[in-house]
Design a protein around this ligand. Sequence first.
Ligand SMILES: Cc1cc2nc3c(=O)[nH]c(=O)nc-3n(C[C@H](O)[C@H](O)[C@H](O)COP(=O)(O)OP(=O)(O)OC[C@H]3O[C@@H](n4cnc5c(N)ncnc54)[C@H](O)[C@@H]3O)c2cc1C
Length: 519
Amino acid sequence: MPQAVDLFVIGGGVNGCGIARDAAGRGLRVRLAEMGDLAQATSSASTKLFHGGLRYLEYLEIKLVREALSEREVLIRAMPHISWPMRFVLPYSADMRFESDTPVSKMLSTVMPWMKGKRPSWMIRSGLFLYDHLGGQGLLPGTKRLDLRNAPEGAPLKDSFTHAFEYSDGWVQDARLVVLNARDAEAHGADIRVQTKVVEAHRDGGHWVIVTEGPNGREEHMARAVVNAGGPWVEQILKGTMGSASREHIRLVRGSHIVTRKLYDHDKCYFFQGADGRIIFAIPYEQDFTLIGTTEAAHEDSPLAAECTEAERDYLCDFASEYFKEEVTPDDVVWTYSGVRPLYEDGASSATAATREYVLSLDAPAGQPAALHVFGGKITTYRRLAEDALGKLRPHLPGMGGQWTKGARLPGGDFAPEEVGAKIAKLSQDYPFVDRKWAERMIRHYGTESWHILGDAKALGDLGRDFGGTLTEAELRWLVEKEWARKVEDVIWRRTKLGLRLDADQVNSVAAWLEEHAA
Ligand SMILES: Cc1cc2nc3c(=O)[nH]c(=O)nc-3n(C[C@H](O)[C@H](O)[C@H](O)COP(=O)(O)OP(=O)(O)OC[C@H]3O[C@@H](n4cnc5c(N)ncnc54)[C@H](O)[C@@H]3O)c2cc1C
């Protein structure tokens, strides 16, 4: 039987890995089991924004928005390689319609019934003023007004859009965020296990017995407490794997994205408000592409079966085409992805209205070991969620250290956000065969650890086999040895997004290499 631990974490998404990292840094002995790859579910399928959630102001979710807004800068400073500030352009048109069942809409239909779901420009400006000031400023510049008739941001848009507001939020490479939290957890002593499914967990006297099935076969583990961070599987784990009679529920809401060839040249995002009251983003993506999303639909199937349907793809193309001069068609789409939000069921009528706040449910009957179940949450609040989770577990795991993650950097992120350009230039200078685009990819994925990956190479050939798309054997080896990559999808869709660049033969040779070298 493996050594007993203090805390056993089920699920290697952002919440599980964030909690494992925080707990390990407090001196607890931690083990995490992920049934597939790290970030294989919701945490690699998000819109990838560190955001306060502008539209949640419509729901008067002020606490959620304030907390998330102030967290954006904390996070960007802790991981300036994989996250960065972004400017968002919100074209304004008097005909834009907003969702009708939000608290703000209901209030307005009473006091200004003639508005009929519309918002005057001053009201949007006031919302953005609130957004600028709720969560503090520093790294992220405030809102300004744009005249689209003269600004480059207006060039790709239809001429009918003459004005816009521009505001700030942050961007993060979500799947890399997860793996870097796992790495930091491991650096603090945690035992991270991938391809390891928790099939049963029960209390036995003063501890939990957890049964896993993985590369080592069937194993039993002992722990003083368990965290269920199963994301969309949280209810299944709670009631099935852990046998609880809890009445808590989650609702699964699918969100799909499309990736197209690059639709415009500047580096800002668009925030489009649709005629149906919904919003979508168009975001510069992976240097040569544009990311557009998301949809929102109830999801009944297995979370891993979530796929962007043709109808969702067409909806996103049509939505974007309302704004862009050049029509966006399914032929422009080079990739799609889809994920499932696990929303805590609070009785709200629409998918959008269901709460985005997380709920931490502690199950700790007197004299028995504790379990904590994580419902909902956002990428943006994962660090705060981990702090709250450990706060709840503190009475059950006495002796743990205090909060420490605020201001603590993730691996490779030991530089200031303003220095990222200099790091990219330095990498290219130190390795003259690495061009600027490649250097940018390396710094944006690995930060200062890029130098460890490239080592003392003097020429491309020193990095081993070249798989195409700037992926070399040296990088693959790093992904296997340091980042738990086991399968080809782990490499091309989660640790990197090189799936957008590699052809079928190149993907096959990566797969063959992994078969030979991955544990
Ligand atoms: C379309 C979409 C867009 C979003 N956009 C944003 C955004 O822009 N910004 C933002 O802040 N948030 C966003 N979110 C929310 C955010 O992505 C989620 O809140 C977050 O990723 C949830 O992480 P998690 O760790 O709880 O779940 P997951 O990432 O789903 O992780 C749960 C893990 O548990 C594992 N697991 C399940 N059962 C077992 C078992 N028995 N044994 C072992 N492992 C198991 C699964 O394999 C999975 O990897 C978005 C969500 C969606 C769906």
